[in-house]
Design a protein around this ligand. Structure first.
Ligand SMILES: [Zn+2]
Length: 271
């Protein structure tokens, strides 16, 4: 091709099926002034931490909080609602009700992420690619955790391969236990930023790739993968753990790809 020539525009799958998405760009999100409701939400979170409250603990009554934060009822309720949407609070209705401290759940972070992913035009294919990478990093870090007792405690439930082969195990239980293994690995990563953010990919996959048929075929494979991964992490073999995790997630992705078909190129839904 002569110098200065321009490559002809390539026809990407996205161009073949035109659809709108919004370019990823930084705005004034970090520097803009907070609304009153956001300031209240921040103050409530500050108080939860300062008072050492735990999931299930109640917050003061609305009357007390109105006095304490010096804002309108509307702003207080909007602020609490902001936290409720994130799953960080739940509001019990009725007599004796009120706001209750919730959990720090990566699936809620995953859920809000899907709003961004959807608008930016991110596809399920990209989600799976990111999921492989994040799980490999977590497995590597888990195996490098210097606390052998912590590794042994986290991996203990998964070192008994026989338990996972039960024929009539409920599907829901199976899916939950599969997720539990990956949560246990993330907990060994010794970095809460990575533990929270990197788990969001797997949480979104679990939530979006509906298990409509029984992945019985996958069960033995998964149980076997988990057993080998648990052993590698317990032994502190980081490279082996990373390699096994890559294989493991690729296996699940391959299976999901078949069932997802053309939807792999769909935008990730916000849900
Ligand atoms: Zn797994």
């Amino acid at each position: 091709m002569p110098a200065g020539a321009v490559d002809p525009p390539r026809r990407t799958p996205a161009a073949a099926t035109p659809r709108g998405c919004i370019a990823i760009a930084s705005g004034d999100g970090v520097t803009r002034r907070l609304k009153t409701s956001e300031t209240v939400a921040r103050d409530v979170v500050h108080d939860i931490i300062a008072r050492g409250l735990q999931p299930g603990d109640g917050l003061p009554s609305e009357a007390v909080m109105l006095e304490q934060y010096g804002v309108s009822r509307e702003s207080l309720r909007e602020g609490l609602r902001l936290l409720e949407v994130q799953g960080l609070l739940s509001i019990r209705r009725g007599p004796g009700g009120g706001p209750v401290v919730g959990t720090v759940d990566p699936s809620n972070l995953g859920r809000i992420s899907t709003l961004y992913f959807h608008l930016a035009g991110a596809t399920y294919s990209e989600l799976f690619e990111a999921w492989v990478l994040t799980e490999c990093v977590l497995a590597d870090r888990a195996a490098r955790n210097p606390d052998r007792n912590a590794r042994a405690a986290a991996m203990a439930p998964y070192l008994d391969g026989d338990g996972a082969h039960e024929e009539h195990e409920e599907l829901e239980k199976f899916v939950r236990e599969h997720g539990g293994f990956h949560i246990a690995i993330a907990s060994l990563a010794r970095n809460r930023v990575l533990e929270l953010t990197m788990q969001t990919m797997g949480q979104i996959v679990a939530h979006h790739v509906a298990v409509t048929d029984d992945p019985r075929v996958m069960r033995d494979l998964i149980a076997d993968d988990h057993l080998r991964l648990a052993r590698a992490i317990l032994a502190g073999h980081a490279n082996q753990a990373r390699g096994l995790m890559e294989e493991h997630i690729h296996g699940i992705v391959g299976y999901s790809r078949e069932r997802f078909g053309a939807r792999m190129d769909d935008f990730i839904e916000w849900r």
